[in-house]
Design a protein around this ligand. Sequence first.
Ligand SMILES: Cc1cc2nc3c(=O)[nH]c(=O)nc-3n(C[C@H](O)[C@H](O)[C@H](O)COP(=O)(O)OP(=O)(O)OC[C@H]3O[C@@H](n4cnc5c(N)ncnc54)[C@H](O)[C@@H]3O)c2cc1C
Length: 78
Amino acid sequence: MRLKNAVVIGGSIAGMLAARVLAERFESVTIVETDQLPLQPEVRKGVPQSPQPHVLLTRGYRILEELFPGIGSELSAA
Ligand SMILES: Cc1cc2nc3c(=O)[nH]c(=O)nc-3n(C[C@H](O)[C@H](O)[C@H](O)COP(=O)(O)OP(=O)(O)OC[C@H]3O[C@@H](n4cnc5c(N)ncnc54)[C@H](O)[C@@H]3O)c2cc1C
């Protein structure tokens, strides 16, 4: 049985991934994000750590690839 609505607070990486997983169980998932999300990668107020270099560890990458097949190639190309 699919549940009705889920709400995720925060639309950064954890919120987006939570929404992706919840979408399997809920008819609709609403992400509430305080920032306007830019179309291009850029620093925004809600993620002040974003200018810092980040590393995606192997386990995280594998989970991402399970949830979004092909994302590794897309990220490499970008
Ligand atoms: C210097 C530095 C280096 C780092 N390096 C790494 C690394 O190499 N690898 C790694 O995995 N992690 C790294 N981290 C940690 C990483 O930045 C965080 O783990 C990650 O950003 C957390 O993601 P998140 O989606 O949980 O939160 P965030 O990315 O912080 O996102 C929170 C979201 O919630 C939104 N928000 C906040 N308040 C509200 C509200 N009231 N209502 C609605 N929306 C709201 C914000 O706008 C934002 O979009 C690093 C952190 C720092 C500071």
